[in-house]
Design a protein around this ligand. Structure first.
Ligand SMILES: NC(=O)c1ccc[n+]([C@@H]2O[C@H](COP(=O)([O-])OP(=O)(O)OC[C@H]3O[C@@H](n4cnc5c(N)ncnc54)[C@H](O)[C@@H]3O)[C@@H](O)[C@H]2O)c1
Ligand SMILES: [Zn+2]
Length: 353
C-alpha cells in the first residue's frame, strides 16, 4: 500500500493548491455532506485551484454511509464525465472520507483522491490509514477496501463549528493515541482545557495524535500485527456501541471508546500490571467529560456475547490489546469470563453506573 502524505496545514489554500498540483487530473470533484456543504465549503470558496471543481453533496451522518449513497456518487461522477484521471476531494467527517474514499477506490478501478477531514475524529483517525468503506446489511464497514488518499490535509480551523459531542468523540481516539504512545503526550491531553479550547494548542495536539496513527499504520498497513494497538478500548467499546444501538439509546463511537478504555485499562492493570495511578487518572477524565454508560449485571452476558462476535476475533476467542504501561503494548491478549465480568463490576463502581 502506498504511504499517504499527511499535512498539518499552516494555510489551507497553499497546502491544497500544492496537493492538487501534485495530482494531475482532467476533472475535479469535491464531495461534501449537507453539513460540510454549509459550514466548511464556504472556507474554500474563491480558491483558484478549485475554480473548476464540481460539488457532489450527500446526506449527512452514518445512516447515509450506505450502498444507495455510493451509487449516487458513482452515478454523478459518471454523468458529469469523470474519467480514470479525475480527482476527488473529500471534505467532511469520517462518513464522507470513508464513503468518498471507497467511491474513488472503485470508480473506473480507482481514481486519485485527497481527504480534507473536518471533524476531530476524521482528522486523527478516519481520514488516515487507508481504510475506506460503507455499512451494509446492518453491519458497520462491511464492504470496503484499503485505498489510501494521495494526501490528507489537516486544518483544525474547521473544528470551530463542531459541536461538543463530536469534539469529545474524536478526543477519545486522541486519548487512545496518548495511551499507546508516550506519557508526555497523554499528560498534555489530560491537561488540555476542553471547555475553552486553545485552537493553536489543539492543532499541535492533533498533529501529534495523527502522527501516532501514521507511525503505526506505516509499520503494519493491513493489520497483521502492531496496527491492532489501535484497537485499544474498542473490544469493549464496540460491545457498548452495539448494546446502546440495540436498546435505542445510540452513542457516538468515541464515547463508547472512552468507556471501553476504562474497562480495558482495568484489564491491563489486572493482567499486565498497568499502573493503578494512570488508570485512576484516565477514569477521572472519562467520568468528567463523557459521563457514564449505564447498564446492570443483567447485561453482562449480552455484552460478553457481543464481544465474542466481534469481527476482530478468531475462533470465538475475545482479542484484547492491553498495556503494560503507557506505550508498552501487549497484542493478542485474552481474558476469561470471570475476569471480564469483574471488569464490568469495576467499571460500574468507579463510573457510578
Ligand atoms: N476508515 C477508518 O479507519 C475509520 C476510523 C474511525 C472511524 N471511521 C468512520 O468514521 C465515521 C465517523 O466519523 P465522524 O465522527 O467524523 O462522523 P461524521 O462524518 O458523520 O460527522 C459527524 C457530524 O459532524 C458533521 N460535521 C462534519 N464536519 C463538521 C464541522 N467542521 N462542523 C460542524 N459539523 C461538522 C457531519 O456532517 C456529521 O453530521 C464512521 O462511519 C466510522 O466508521 C473510519
Ligand atoms: Zn475508533
Amino acid at each position: 500500500m502506498n504511504k499517504q502524505e499527511v499535512i498539518l496545514c499552516q494555510g489551507l489554500e497553499n497546502s491544497l493548491t500544492q496537493a492538487i498540483d501534485k495530482c494531475p487530473h482532467d476533472k475535479l470533484f469535491i464531495l461534501t455532506d449537507e453539513h460540510t456543504h454549509r459550514l466548511c465549503l464556504p472556507k474554500l470558496e474563491g480558491m483558484p485551484a478549485l475554480q473548476k471543481a464540481e460539488e457532489i453533496c450527500i446526506g449527512a451522518e452514518d445512516v447515509h454511509k450506505n450502498i444507495e449513497t455510493l451509487v449516487q456518487v458513482w452515478q454523478t461522477l459518471s454523468e458529469r464525465g469523470a474519467t480514470r484521471h479525475s480527482l476527488l476531494i473529500n471534505l467532511g467527517g469520517g462518513m464522507v472520507t470513508d464513503l468518498g474514499g471507497f467511491a474513488a477506490a472503485t470508480f473506473k478501478r480507482g481514481i486519485t483522491y485527497i481527504n480534507i477531514p473536518t471533524t476531530l475524529l476524521a482528522m486523527v483517525d478516519a481520514s488516515v490509514g487507508g481504510k475506506t468503506g460503507i455499512n451494509f446489511n446492518g453491519l458497520k464497514n462491511e464492504i470496503g477496501a484499503f485505498a489510501p488518499a494521495a494526501c490528507v490535509l489537516i486544518e483544525t480551523e474547521f473544528l470551530r463549528t463542531l459541536d461538543a459531542h463530536n469534539f469529545f468523540s474524536g478526543y477519545a481516539e486522541m486519548l487512545k493515541h496518548g495511551l499507546i504512545s508516550t506519557p508526555k503526550h497523554l499528560d498534555e491531553l489530560l491537561a488540555f482545557d476542553t471547555e475553552r479550547p486553545d485552537y493553536e494548542h489543539l492543532k499541535q495536539l492533533t498533529g501529534q495524535s495523527v502522527q501516532v496513527k501514521e507511525y503505526i499504520v506505516e509499520q503494519d498497513p493491513k493489520e497483521q500485527g502492531i496496527r491492532k494497538a489501535l484497537n485499544l478500548g474498542h473490544t469493549v467499546g464496540h460491545a457498548f456501541e452495539s448494546l446502546a444501538l440495540a436498546e435505542n439509546r445510540p452513542v457516538l463511537h468515541g464515547y463508547a471508546v472512552a468507556w471501553g478504555l476504562v474497562c480495558e485499562l482495568y484489564l491491563s492493570h489486572i493482567q499486565a500490571g498497568f499502573p493503578k495511578e494512570r488508570l485512576r487518572q484516565v477514569n477521572l477524565f472519562v467520568r468528567e467529560h463523557y459521563g457514564c454508560f449505564n447498564f446492570d449485571c443483567q447485561h453482562y452476558e449480552r455484552l460478553y456475547e457481543l464481544m465474542k462476535h466481534d469481527k476482530k476475533n478468531t475462533a470465538g476467542i475475545i482479542n484484547f490489546t492491553l498495556l503494560k504501561d503507557i506505550g508498552d503494548i501487549s497484542l493478542n491478549q485474552t481474558a476469561d469470563k470471570t475476569t471480564i465480568f469483574e471488569m464490568f463490576d469495576f467499571y460500574r463502581e468507579c463510573m457510578g453506573a
